[in-house]
Design a protein around this ligand. Structure first.
Ligand SMILES: [Zn+2]
Length: 446
């Protein structure tokens, strides 16, 4: 039994005792009446559902030197992430065929510290594979509307989407889209061709908000036309919020995530040559960031996912600091809770808000009915953390493979003390006491 004075339950935060049987929450009890010798009492620490991170790039097999299942899931456990859903690209092969999915599943063997599910991919011409991937348990399908950066995962055009969407509608599967269109980017890139590539504004101007806004407009239109669920990954442009709000208001099957970097960093603060801040779409100005917070607060943005995507330092062009040549992607899997909590608290949000954005909503989005809340019948995936305690981010304490991160040196509030997966203590203050307890998650019948 696990108890504390601050347990994050679906209807609020209060003292409670969580009775766990066979890895599942069997009962939520009054802690005063149910204490026993086996009770783990965490007193004033917060006990919250394990975090569900729906957007993580692990890159194994094929590019394991960028990130692999072992290091990524250790980082997850240390950050209180008990479930993650892995993206279909940057691994070789990309998860766009059933054969590739089988290779990916095989590569997870004996490596998982937390539970891991998978997204499949929609690329030009692979519609026939989507029903097979769906049948074998991927949770949905990711696509890119601009070049993804890797040759194995080609971008789709509107006409490719018009082929893929009827099939996804038939399957009842969600399409996750990297929403930027090439037109505005190509135009903007021409305009910055004589600018300093080490200057962050050069990168920012080359990826204008219009590229996102136009892509989102197209995706909303297609979602309504084909009655397909569409999910916008990593929203950065606040200009798209009013359009998203209107589409949701009119019943569109639309969900949206944003990431810790868009919520906690502003373009104005990013130094020249600091390519570890590079991602696409880019981190925009402080005023844009505040509008993202408002949209997260009112539910227009559904949840937060990290888009954890590390690469070896040489690919980040750390020597030249060239923003236009560096690989884009930010490493943050281990830090989502303290990043979001530190910034949310400053803006007047509470612990329940953080639990909604990091646990409940991503679980609901992916259809993970056993995750994301502390309730009877759910998996006993729990984290124990101290929201009042602060720490300084030190790269050497990160468990992901390449520790270059824009958060290095930042002081954050929210220390993860322990992580439980299926009731087993998988992380405790820097240690992993029960080893690799993670499971492969496959989508269950709808
Ligand atoms: Zn991504």
């Amino acid at each position: 039994m696990i108890c504390s004075r601050r347990v994050v339950l679906p209807d609020g935060i209060r003292p409670a005792a969580i009775v766990v049987r066979d890895g599942v929450i069997a009962k939520i009890a009054d802690p005063k009446r149910s204490a026993s010798a086996e009770t783990l009492d965490f007193e004033d620490s917060v006990v919250m559902p394990g975090i569900v991170d729906a957007h993580v790039h692990i890159n194994e097999p094929g590019r394991t030197e960028w990130e692999g299942f072992e290091t990524a899931t250790m980082a997850a456990a240390a950050g209180g992430v008990t479930t993650l859903i892995e993206m279909p690209l940057n691994s070789i092969p990309a998860t766009t065929t059933l054969d590739a999915f089988r290779q990916k599943l095989a590569s997870t063997q004996d490596k998982l510290f937390v539970d891991v599910g998978f997204w499949g991919g929609v690329v030009p011409g692979n519609s026939a594979e989507s029903s097979r991937l769906h049948e074998h348990g991927v949770f949905g399908f990711k696509c890119f509307l601009v070049p993804s950066g890797v040759a194995e995962f080609e971008a789709v055009t509107e006409s490719d989407l018009r082929q893929a969407l009827p099939e996804l509608a038939r399957l009842g599967a969600v399409l996750l889209a990297h929403a930027e269109l090439p037109g505005p980017i190509d135009e903007a890139t021409c305009k910055v061709s004589n600018k300093d590539p080490r200057s962050y504004p050069t990168w920012l101007r080359s990826r204008p908000a219009a590229a996102e806004d136009q892509a989102i407009e197209l995706l909303i239109r297609l979602s309504q036309e084909y009655k397909t669920r569409v999910h916008i990954v990593h929203l950065s442009s606040a200009a798209a919020i009013s359009m998203i709000r209107a589409a949701k208001g009119s019943g569109a099957k639309l969900t949206v995530e944003t990431c810790p970097h868009y919520l906690t960093i502003a373009a104005e603060e990013i130094p020249d040559g600091a390519t570890h801040f590079k991602c696409a779409p880019p981190i925009r100005e402080a005023a844009n960031r505040e509008r993202l917070w408002e949209a997260l607060g009112d539910g227009t943005i559904d949840f937060v996912a990290t888009d954890h995507s590390p690469a070896p330092p040489q690919m980040k062009c750390t020597d030249t600091g060239d923003y236009l040549r560096a690989w884009g992607g930010i490493a943050s899997l281990q830090l989502s809770l303290p990043l979001i909590w530190s910034s949310a608290h400053k803006r007047g949000f509470g612990i329940s808000d953080a639990a909604r954005w990091l646990c409940r909503e991503p679980a609901r989005f992916a259809g993970l009915s056993r995750k994301g809340e502390i309730a009877v019948g759910r998996d006993a995936d729990l984290i124990v953390w101290n929201p009042e305690q602060s720490f300084q981010v030190q790269p050497e304490k990160m468990f992901f493979r390449h520790t270059l991160t824009p958060y290095s040196g930042r002081t954050l509030f929210g220390v993860v003390q322990k992580t439980f997966l299926h009731g087993e203590e998988i992380y405790s203050s820097g240690d992993f006491p029960s080893g690799r307890r993670g499971r492969v998650l496959l989508r269950g019948p709808a």
